[in-house]
Design a protein around this ligand. Structure first.
Ligand code: SAM
Length: 157
């Protein structure tokens, strides 16, 4: 994890701006990854307690993956063979695809408009993405949150 970046937002409203994320990922590509909030090791007890068993049928969705290495850890260290990670920033998705880790799929997609069938995931692991939407109490923000939760519930099995 990097200690700091010149591109941390000056105001929380920037978290909702796709341009902010495009600029952020231009900067963050100078290092391997930028983990928001928590590292895999810190999350491991919670992941073990809350995620379903990693059977061949278990499919996980990681919304707003950015360049976090969490998806790779879920595949390589926890044994999940079907991890789908999405972000609306195409550059960061292209960068993660190039890493070529088996069992991982990266797709450019808006978390508010999931292109997946209903009931097609056993769990969703959101690390920092809900927070990136939940920046104020404006009507538009609340309806985005509601849409995100509806879409998430729809694709969960
Ligand atoms: C705080 S970062 C968390 C990144 C990563 N999950 C982590 O833990 O390091 C929020 C991420 O959500 C993505 N994001 C924000 N709004 C999105 C949306 N509507 N659709 C898809 N991705 C979105 C951003 O591009 C960014 O990668």
């Amino acid at each position: 994890m990097v200690e700091s970046t010149p591109l941390l937002p000056k105001h929380s409203s920037q978290f909702q701006s796709q341009q902010f994320w495009a600029d952020f990922f231009k900067e963050s590509q100078k290092q391997e990854s930028f983990e928001w909030y928590s590292e895999y090791a810190e999350l491991l007890p919670y992941l073990k307690a809350m995620l379903p068993e990693p059977t061949p049928e278990t499919r996980l969705l990681i919304p707003g993956c950015g360049d976090s290495l969490l998806s790779e850890k879920l595949a390589l260290e926890m044994g999940y063979k079907n991890v789908v990670s999405i972000d609306f920033e195409p550059e960061v998705i292209a960068r993660m695809q190039k890493r070529g880790v088996a069992g991982l799929t990266y797709e450019t997609m808006d978390i508010l408009d999931l292109k997946y069938e209903s009931g097609s995931f056993q769990a969703i692991v959101d690390k920092g993405t809900y927070d990136a939407i939940c920046v104020d109490y404006k009507e538009e923000t609340v309806s985005k949150l509601s849409k995100y939760l509806q879409e998430s519930m729809r694709v969960l099995n």
